[in-house]
Design a binder for this molecule. Structure first.
Ligand code: NAD
Ligand code: MN
Length: 511
C-alpha cells in the first residue's frame, strides 16, 4: 500500500512514499504551535432529545397497527451502535392491507377539488416546519449524518418540497398545457437511507399533489422520520389511507413491487436493485421511475477560482459521509494545476471534523451501517492494491464506538481502477488529470452512470459548452450539490430514468 499523509501529520506516514506529490515547503503550523488547541471548538451538542417509542407499528389506513408478520427489527444509531427502537417488519399480507387502504382512499382523494388537496399539502408542510428540530435530531440519531446537515439541508428542503407541490395541486393544467391530467392511481414508493425524509418528500409530495395515494417503504436502517411523518399526516387530518407507511427490508420492498394493486413504482436506491425492479415491472402495466447510483465527475479548469472550487469539491464528496448518489466522486483536474489542487485539498481536509453527528461543529458524521462501512473498506483495499496513491490527510480522532471512516482521496488513479469506475458511497475521492476540455469531457462521460457533474471555470463560454456535452442529468456550474424543489433531478444511463422535482417531476404522477 502506498499512502501519503499531510506534512503536518508526517509522524503518521506508514511508508513515507509521497508518490506524485512533490515535497512542499514547511508551513507555520498554528495548530501544533498551540498544543493542538488553538482552533478547536468546545463541544456543542444538540440539546433536543425527542421521545422515541420502544417500538413502532405499520401506518396503515390512518393508524398504527401491529404487523401481521409478528416480526420486529432494531433500528440502530450508527454513532453509538445502540438500538433506538424496534420497527415492524411488513409481510406480503401487511403490504396487501396497505395497498387495499390506498385503493379505497383513491376515489375520494382524487375527486377532491384540487385546491382542497393543495391545502392538505400546505398543512403537512407547516406541521413539518413546526416539528423541524425534532425531525432533524431523529434523522441524525437514526442515520448518522451531522446535525448541521439534517437541520440546515434535509429538513428545510423536505418542507420546501411540500410547499412547492402544494402550489401545483390546483395548477396542473398549467404545468401540462393542452392536456387534462389525471392521477396514475396507487403508487408504491421505495426509498434509501441517505436522505430518508427528503426522499420521502420527493416521492409523496408530487404523488399527493396529482391526486394519487401511496404506500411508501423507508430503508430498514432509517425508518424513524418516515414514522414521524405518518404521525404528522394523522395530526393534520389527512384522509385515512392516502398515505401508508410500511417498514421492512428488501422482502417488503419486493412485495410492493410485485403487488397487482399498484399502478406505479417509484424507486431510489442501488442500480443492482433497480435493475431487478425493472425486470419485475416490465411485463406489467405498472409505470416506473428509477433513481439509481452515480459516479459523478467534478471538472476543474486552470482558470477556476481555486479556493472556491476546493470548498465545493469537499462539499461535493465528503458532505453526508459521501452517502450521496450524485456525489462528485471523480475529480478531473487540469494538469497545470494538479499539484496546487492536491496541496489545497490536503490542507482543507486536514481540518475536517469527523465524529459525533449530534455536535453542531461536526463536518463528517457516522457511516450509516456496518455493512456500508465494510463496502467502503473493501474499496479502500482495492484502491491501495491496484496502485493508486491514498492521501490520508484527515487527522480527526474517531470515537471508540460506532461506524466511522476518515475522509481521504486518491491520486495516481487510472480510468481502469475500480475506485474510478464503481460507486463507493463513502467519503473517498478519485483524483485524475486532463489536458484539454475535449479530454475532460470524454473522460467524464466514460462511465456507465450519468447522474450529475460539476464544472469549475471562470469562463462563461467554457461553462456552457462543457455542460451541454456532459452525459449527466444535473450539471452544477461553480457550485455543487445544490438542490431546489423547482429544479428536476434524475439521471441518464445506469443512473435511472424519470425526473423528480420541478414541472418535469409531475409527469411521473399524472396520466
Ligand atoms: P438498496 O437498493 O439495497 O436499497 C434501497 C431501498 O430498496 C431500501 O428501502 C431497500 O430496503 C429496498 N430494497 C432492497 N432490495 C429490494 C428488492 N429486491 N425489491 C424492492 N426493494 C428492495 O440500496 P442499499 O442497500 O441501501 O445501498 C446499497 C447501495 O445502493 C449503496 O452502496 C449505493 O451504491 C446505492 N444507493 C444509492 C442511493 C441513491 O440515492 N441513488 C441511495 C442509497 C444507496
Ligand atoms: Mn438507524
Amino acid at each position: 500500500m502506498r499512502t501519503v499523509t499531510h506534512p503536518e501529520h508526517e509522524h503518521d506516514a506508514t511508508t513515507g512514499d509521497k508518490g506524485m506529490n512533490k515535497a512542499r515547503p514547511a508551513r507555520l503550523d498554528l495548530r501544533a504551535a498551540s498544543g493542538g488547541g488553538l482552533f478547536d471548538y468546545a463541544p456543542a451538542p444538540e440539546s433536543v432529545r425527542p421521545d422515541i417509542a420502544d417500538r413502532y407499528g405499520l401506518f396503515i389506513d390512518g393508524s398504527f397497527v401491529e404487523p401481521g408478520s409478528g416480526n420486529w427489527f432494531p433500528s440502530i444509531n450508527p454513532a453509538t451502535e445502540g438500538t433506538m427502537s424496534m420497527i415492524a417488519e411488513a409481510s406480503t399480507a401487511d403490504v396487501d392491507r396497505a395497498v387495499k387502504a390506498a385503493r379505497e382512499a383513491l376515489p375520494a382523494w382524487s375527486g377532491l377539488p384540487a385546491k382542497e388537496r393543495g391545502k392538505y399539502l400546505y398543512r403537512i408542510a407547516r406541521r413539518m416546519q413546526e416539528r423541524a428540530r425534532e425531525l432533524a435530531v431523529l434523522e441524525t440519531l437514526d442515520g448518522g449524518k451531522p446535525i448541521k446537515e439534517s437541520r440546515d439541508v434535509d429538513v428545510p428542503l423536505a418542507c420546501a418540497h411540500f410547499f412547492y407541490h402544494a402550489g401545483w395541486a390546483d395548477k396542473l393544467k398549467f404545468a401540462l398545457p393542452g392536456r387534462d391530467p389525471k392521477p396514475v392511481g396507487v403508487c408504491g414508493q421505495i426509498i434509501p437511507w441517505n436522505f430518508p425524509l427528503l426522499m420521502l418528500a420527493w416521492k409523496i409530495a408530487p404523488a399527493l399533489a396529482c391526486g394519487n395515494t401511496v404506500v411508501l417503504k423507508p430503508a430498514e436502517t432509517t425508518s424513524l422520520t418516515a414514522l414521524r411523518f405518518a404521525e404528522i399526516c394523522a395530526e393534520i387530518g389527512l384522509p385515512k389511507g392516502v398515505v401508508n407507511i410500511v417498514t421492512g427490508a428488501g422482502e417488503t420492498g419486493r412485495a410492493i413491487v410485485e403487488h397487482d394493486g399498484i399502478d406505479k413504482i417509484a424507486f431510489t436506491g442501488s442500480t443492482q436493485v433497480g435493475k431487478m425492479i425493472a425486470k419485475a415491472v416490465a411485463p406489467t402495466n405498472k409505470r416506473l421511475t428509477l433513481e439509481l447510483g452515480g459516479k459523478s465527475a467534478n471538472i476543474i479548469f486552470e482558470d477556476a477560482s481555486l479556493d472556491q472550487a476546493i470548498e465545493g469539491i469537499i462539499e461535493g464528496i465528503y458532505f453526508n459521509q459521501g452517502h450521496v448518489c450524485c456525489a462528485g466522486s471523480r475529480l478531473f483536474v487540469q494538469e497545470s494545476i494538479l499539484d496546487t489542487v492536491i496541496d489545497k485539498l490536503s490542507d482543507r481536509m486536514s481540518s475536517l471534523r469527523v465524529g459525533d453527528p449530534m455536535d453542531k461543529n461536526t463536518d463528517v458524521g457516522a457511516i450509516n451501517s456496518k455493512e456500508q462501512l465494510a463496502t467502503i473498506s473493501k474499496y479502500l483495499t482495492l484502491g491501495d492494491k491496484e496502485g493508486a496513491v491514498r492521501h490520508d490527510v484527515c487527522n480527526s480522532s474517531l470515537p471508540d464506538k460506532g461506524f466511522w471512516c476518515r475522509p481521504c482521496f486518491y491520486s495516481g488513479v487510472q480510468p481502469s481502477h475500480t475506485i474510478a469506475r464503481e460507486e463507493i458511497f463513502g467519503p473517498v475521492l478519485a483524483v485524475m488529470s486532463f489536458r484539454t476540455p475535449e479530454e475532460a469531457i470524454s473522460r467524464a462521460n466514460n462511465s456507465p452512470y450519468g447522474l450529475a457533474a460539476g464544472v469549475w471555470t471562470d469562463k462563461g463560454s467554457k461553462i456552457f459548452d462543457v455542460a451541454r456535452r456532459l452525459d449527466a442529468g444535473i450539471v452544477w456550474l461553480n457550485t455543487y450539490n445544490k438542490f431546489d424543489p423547482t429544479s428536476p433531478f434524475g439521471g441518464y444511463k445506469e443512473s435511472g430514468f424519470g425526473r423528480e422535482g420541478g414541472r418535469h417531476g409531475l409527469l411521473a404522477y399524472c396520466r
